[in-house]
Write a protein that binds this ligand. Structure first.
Ligand code: SF4
Length: 254
């Protein structure tokens, strides 16, 4: 079994390496042909085309950044700006995280803004959902580390004892009938979303998990709440329960 796994990984590695080599050969051949046959006019046309591409992408970047600024300032996105905000969420923010990584600076500030702008985009659609079409997704690290009850299998095992935020979330969810699931990580979350296919997700996690989760889910709107980490990451975390209730009410149809 181990050998079989290794064979599969090795074949995949060889396949990808082969593709990269073929790609490089194709690019080299094209450059070679260009070098041999193209005139100075052709080079000028290519240069003009590249200038045009850079001008268009710069204009789009300026408009997307302005749309994000507008959303941040007004806490609302008009339908004229929505496309630009969504394209900024897909392009400008990942680029900003990448540049922050290269520069060795704090990435969570960019991710926090990403979650905030994404939430404004979800709220600005004004869409309302029935309780059963909403899914509250909680991370396992919210559970009190001293609690032996297994809540990942069935959250209703929780005794609502008040020693962690899971009980508080359940009390709110019980009132509206919204399902709650506690997951151990990103893969478990993706499996639950694939199985339950909710209309909208209200998810609690750290900046990194929330931003990658929102980007992964794609077609399903996700409202994010960043957790509080008084004991460091991934242990006895908490959340602002008032914020959760407000966000839930903003999604629920009456
Ligand atoms: S509220 Fe109490 S019973 Fe429920 S998960 Fe937290 S510590 Fe455990």
């Amino acid at each position: 079994m181990k050998g079989k796994c290794w064979d599969k990984s090795f074949s995949r590695f060889m396949y990808i390496s082969g593709l990269i080599i073929l790609f490089n050969i194709a690019v080299l051949s094209i450059f070679g042909l260009v070098y041999i046959h193209f005139t100075i006019n052709t080079y000028n046309i290519i240069l003009l085309f590249l200038i045009l591409v850079i001008i268009i992408s710069t204009v789009l970047l300026i408009l997307s950044t302005a749309a994000v600024f507008n959303a941040y300032k007004n806490k609302k996105i008009s339908k004229h700006f929505m496309w630009f905000v969504k394209s900024a969420l897909k392009t400008v923010f990942p680029a900003a995280v990448f540049v922050s990584t290269l520069a060795g600076v704090e990435k969570d500030a960019v991710r926090k803004l990403f979650v905030e702008i994404n939430n404004i985009a979800v709220e600005s659609t004004g869409l309302k959902y029935r309780a059963e079409n909403i899914l509250i997704l909680l991370p396992h690290c919210l559970q009190n580390s001293g609690c032996a009850i297994k809540v990942t299998n069935d959250v209703n095992n929780c005794k609502r004892c008040g020693n962690c935020s899971i009980g508080d979330v359940l009390k709110i969810a019980d009132r509206s009938g919204v399902p709650v699931i506690v997951v151990t990580g990103g893969t478990a979350a993706r499996n639950v979303i694939g199985r339950d296919k909710p209309g909208v997700i209200l998810s609690v996690a750290c900046e990194r998990d929330l931003s990658s989760g929102i980007a992964d889910v794609g077609s399903i709107p996700v409202m994010g709440i960043i957790n509080e980490r008084p004991n460091g990451p991934c242990r006895d975390t908490a959340l602002n329960i008032v914020e959760l209730e407000e966000k839930l009410n903003s999604l629920l149809s009456v």
